[in-house]
Write a protein that binds this ligand. Sequence first.
Ligand code: NAD
Length: 359
Amino acid sequence: MKIAVLPGDGIGPEIVAEAVAVLEAVGKRFHHQFNFEEKQVGGAATDQFGVPLPDDTLKSAQDADAVLLGAVGGPKWDTIDYALRPERALLSLREQLGLYANLRPAKCYSILADASTLKREVVDGVDILVIRELTGGIYFGQPRGIAKDGTGEKGINTEVYTTPEIVRIAKVAFELARGRRLHVTSVDKANVLESSALWRKVVIKVHKEYPDVALSHLYVDNCAMQLIRNPKQFDVIVTTNLFGDILSDEAAMLTGSIGMLPSASVGESGGKRRGMYEPIHGSAPDIAGKDLANPIATILSAAMMLQMSFGLEKEAGVIEDAVLSVLNEGYRTADIYSEGTRKIGTKEMGRLILEKILC
Ligand code: NAD
């Protein structure tokens, strides 16, 4: 199994190193051969090669069976030309690898429920999978731009969804709901937007192939409210690129711990199934190089990779159990620390998880 490893910027290299060590431990215990190829991406690549996604890095990602990414960006590159910004690398990777579905589980571990800004009884037991359409909608629709008009200037973006784009993301949602609690909530703004009206119509049609899965619809404003009011009502949420961008961050914060949440972006290109796995957080420049970053989101992203790209369910489960077991023993990185627990650094957290896997 060939894995392209793209650590990126800020805390990226620190957390990715721990995830790679965990994968190596899984390989050792279960006799799998993981071949890692590490490449530069983001600001680190711009510094060294003048572009955030060098051809060599893209080729490595295209040749690999899966991609493990840390995070990109930082103040150093905030003022450079938009086309050279680290974040461009992410958009290009998504586009080139055809990653049309972004999967973000937001699971609240009972033992960390007090880290949430919401009450324990509201968030304890939350287990939501937000599926965001990733390659269509307003982020890509034409026309777009800033043009002169009689009043000065006007900014234009266009929300466009085609039937095939909606069909494929709806199928991902229904398929994944079958491995969970059999409930999909489709989120749109069909009362106002024609693109959303089509979205709802197509989702209803695709649902006919999945009679065992329950389907409900929510307008995005109501969904934003329900996520805070009663998040436990949700199982799988499927929505557009823009709404998913916002709702997945909201769902993530229910759990109170940005350093804990993994993500997967899946799709296909060149006749090959694709998967890129990364923590939901950014490069955290404020804590980079200080052994303060929580590596668990990246380690759990590696677990998602084993499950989704390689079908290694048992191995993925072993990683999740190891994480839970270390948390149960009271070890915490600073971001999830509370009184009465033991504060440790990035490396120590990685080492403890790895030890559980090997024992
Ligand atoms: P951020 O997620 O990097 O950090 C937000 C806060 O959470 C910070 O206080 C940080 O210290 C903390 N934090 C994040 N991850 C943590 C971890 N694993 N352990 C402990 N604490 C953690 O968001 P930001 O500060 O808005 O962005 C910083 C840079 O990251 C920006 O350049 C931004 O563009 C980039 N970014 C990249 C990605 C990505 O690569 N996918 C995503 C979001 C932001």
